[in-house]
Structures are given as C-alpha cells and as structure tokens.
Design a protein around this ligand. Structure first.
Ligand SMILES: [Zn+2]
Length: 205
C-alpha cells in the first residue's frame, strides 16, 4: 500500500494541477494556503479506518472506507457540506471530492498487499490489480522499520518526477495560451485596422 504521505501528495497534486473544468471555479485550492488541506484530507482520509480498528480490535482497515459505495456516499455528503461552507457549486465540489477520494482507491488497488474491499457490501472480498505499481509497506512492523526505506524512497522519487512533469505541463499550457492570445491579436488587429480605414475613406468621400 502507498504510505499516507503519498496519498496526501496525490491530493495536493490534484488540487494544484487539475484542469479548471472539473474543479470549483473560485479555486482557492491552487494556492498553498489552508484550503489545500481539503484535497489533501479527502485523498488521505480512507486510511483513517485504522482508528476504529485500533479502538475495537476488529480488522476494518481497507474495508468499508475503501469501497465504491462509501466513496460515493462520502463525496455526496462531504461535497455538499463543503459547498455550503464555501458557498459554491455543489456539482463541482461533488465531482472534485469524488476524483480526490477515488485517487486513494486507485493507488491502493495498484499496490502490493491483500488489496481493498472495493465492492462492499455486495462482495466481502479483497481486490487488487494483477499489475502492481507500488511496493508494499508492512505497517505492523512499526513506524520506523528499515523495511520501509525502499517503498518510501520510491514514493519520494515518483513524487519528484510527477511534480517536475506536472510543472512543465502547466508551463507548456500557459505558453500555448499566451501564443494563441498573441496570434488572435495579430489576426483581429488587421481586420479592425481595415474596418477603420474603410470608415475613414467613407467619411472622406
Ligand atoms: Zn488506503
């Protein structure tokens, strides 16, 4: 399973780099301020199921909170509450929350380990991809076990590569937008110019 740190990083990237269309228009998330905690929290919170597991001793981790039904219910309710707090479109915040929460399930699905109970309550079974992208982390060995070193290093490198790629992509999009704005100006300008010249020739005649 990816570490909570990588889930949080993914939430941050989604908050910062998602195209404008699927996310709220007013967009405070793109700046690194308190609002960035919303995407980070939503992308991470499925793993908070370790709290009831620790309290009750019942193996709940990667169960209900990692199911599609929970993901949908969570996005409907939390998206609604957030839309009321920020007074913005419910539809957009629901969509944004759904994308963030699903990022957690997708990452866990492609990680080593027993998988996630994706189809609860219909199927009480763990599912994982046959193609695995993330090495497993054995949480039972404690927080600072040496065996965590390689997965954590892998995630750090992956985060750095992703950050580099996304920053370049954003710069490229901005460059393209600038270029087309300049092109439109050049295209519109001669038209305006010719209209002006027609008008001036009309008035002079
Ligand atoms: Zn998880």
């Amino acid at each position: 399973m990816p570490t909570p740190l990588f889930h949080a990083t993914t939430g941050y990237f989604l908050g910062k780099f998602l195209p404008q269309k699927p996310i709220p228009r007013f967009y405070p998330f793109r700046r690194f301020n308190l609002h960035i905690f919303y995407p980070v929290f939503v992308a991470t919170c499925a793993d908070f199921d370790f709290i009831p597991q620790t309290l009750t001793g019942i193996p709940l981790h990667r169960g209900w909170s990692h199911s599609l039904v929970f993901m949908l219910s969570f996005s409907l309710i939390v998206g609604w509450v957030a839309s009321k707090i920020w007074k913005t479109s419910y539809q957009q915040l629901f969509r944004f929350t759904l994308i963030l929460y699903s990022s957690h399930l997708i990452l866990d699905f492609f990680a080593e380990g027993r998988g996630i109970k994706l189809f609860l309550p219909f199927l009480d079974q763990f599912f994982k991809s046959p193609l695995l992208i993330f090495p497993g982390i054995h949480h039972s060995r404690g927080l600072f076990d040496l065996s965590h070193f390689i997965p954590v290093l892998y995630e750090l490198l992956l985060s750095a590569v992703l950050y580099g790629f996304l920053t370049q992509w954003q710069l490229y999009k901005a460059y393209k937008a600038d270029k087309s704005a300049i092109k439109n100006n050049i295209y519109v300008h001669p038209q305006l110019h010719s209209k002006k010249s027609v008008k001036s020739s009309d008035s002079s005649s």
